[in-house]
Design a protein around this ligand. Structure first.
Ligand code: FES
Length: 67
């Protein structure tokens, strides 16, 4: 599925760039062009980056204590 239609950037490509360190829409734009056209995808890109960040975040100490 495309994350940015203007530049044909897929969600998979965004995930790859996020794994390689991109953590803002601006950084994604520098790497792929995503978000540098009409701008309609900014919310989608931001949500995708946030979801990927949450997946990578270490568990909260309270969550570890409950185990
Ligand atoms: S859809 Fe991403 S810049 Fe237009």
């Amino acid at each position: 599925m495309y994350a940015c239609i203007c530049h044909g950037v897929s969600e998979r490509r965004v995930e790859q760039d996020a794994r390689e360190g991109a953590c803002t829409v601006t950084e994604l734009g520098r790497r792929t062009g995503a978000g540098t056209g009409c701008g309609r995808c900014h919310d989608r890109l931001d949500a995708l980056l946030g979801r990927l960040r949450d997946q990578r975040a270490p568990p909260e100490p309270e969550a570890l204590a409950a185990k």
